[in-house]
Ligand binder design. Sequence first.
Ligand code: XMP
Length: 507
Amino acid sequence: MILILDFGSQTTHLIGRRLKDLGVASLIVSPKAALTAIKKHQPAGLILSGGPASVYEQAAPTIDRKIFKLGLPILGICYGWQLMAQLLGGKVVAGKKEYGPAKLTVNDFQDLFYGWPEESTVWESHGDSVVQLPPGFEMLATTPGLANSAVRQAKKQFFAVQFHPEASHTQHGKLLLENFASRICQLALKPQKLDVKAIITAIQEKVGDQLVIGAVSGGTDSTVAAALVAKAVGKQFYPVYIDSGLMRETTLIRIKQDLPKIFGTKIKVVKARKKFLQSLKGVVDPELKRKVIGKLYIDLFEAQLDKLSKRKIKFLMQGTTYADFIHSQGNKRSALIKSHHNVGGLPAKMKLRLLEPLRYFYTDQVRELGLALGLPKEAVFQSPFPGPGHAIRILGEVTAQKLKRQRLADQIVVEEIHRSNWHKQLFQYWAVLTNAQSTAIKGDGRFFGDVVAIRLVQSQDRMTADWAKLPYELLSRLSSRIVNEVPGVSRVVYDITPKPPATMEWE
Ligand code: XMP
């Protein structure tokens, strides 16, 4: 196996995920536990992850230098590389910042870059760089901003990259990790298939003869989670949909018409549009918004519970995936980015136990599971929609009028993207009501109205994303339809920021 030492990067878990896909066992451990873990697990190699700190800061996480004397191959990634460089006698400074895509030119194809093309795109996220290599290190690849984008210390089998091979936007990242595992650490690759039966059995064992209430949203995650639970415990499962008014209108149609057929049971719809708007009154802070929505959501579920046989229902099913979990609080070493309402916003004293069958799966694995369960392709491949929905796409306070405007603009985006068939190439597409105002001239009059932003992103696993290079014609149609058809809108802008640095949602 390979031991991954976690310095707090948002994408550390993706390293483990990629290795798992390759059929290589791995374990993520804290750097402090490294020596003990090495003794216990006898790994064939080590990976030092990225992280948000700078190695020259006082409290920056570090590692016992003994790990460099164990004769184990090591791959340093981003911060992991900078730390290696510093501890082995190199020099790290606050250098040229690189965020998002960069062109990598490879000069050495022997081991780490075996099978790579000379030029490809890699994903970067760093503010510091190594300006002086430690003794014995040589350069393997460069980017325009960085002479030492990848390096090797051949004698000791130490390797390092400044970019993130685990990010799906790094074109051949998986091959780099494969080369490290198989060519450098000499591990055999044994890819495994997702085991639907084992997941269903695990649900049955956890639930026993208890009852489950299911939070369905109509989205892929909760639909797949609910289908798993429905298959596992049948009549012990009560799917409920809370109609917050913060979802797209097509969702309600799907909940009422399509899903009952798939689940073999009716879905209880709780009408709560007014309640959500009332509870969001005066709420401006994005984190508070998520918490307010999360709390009301759970309260409404508990009210449902009171209506059903209270004593018997023990579990609340949610479609939380590993990406939701890791972005919230799962990994204490990662900096908190956003608390997703279906995880971070949960009140501490929840009366129900959580049943989250997708907690350890990523979106593409969830889709694979959905297809294996026989769900229709439209349900499995739909674009994801955040739990707090339109509320986090309306900057500032959510009011009935702003919600109406954002919904209308969003509907236009959805219509045009589907009409042009671009939805197949996009991960998510939506309109943001930005809370900025600007001047327009409508008819002959001056008009000061809302600025709407369009966000169209391409991504595989939500951890990294890029903005879509939409044809100007389509952008132009989107712009003119939104300013013409949505009352109160004066201007439309297109968001051209990749993730990192920008998150996908504006709030
Ligand atoms: P960010 O904005 O963090 O988004 O780059 C990454 C993915 O997560 C979704 N997202 C959410 N989903 N509750 C959710 O269920 C939330 O509070 C939330 N915030 C962001 C976002 O749509 C994207 O797919």
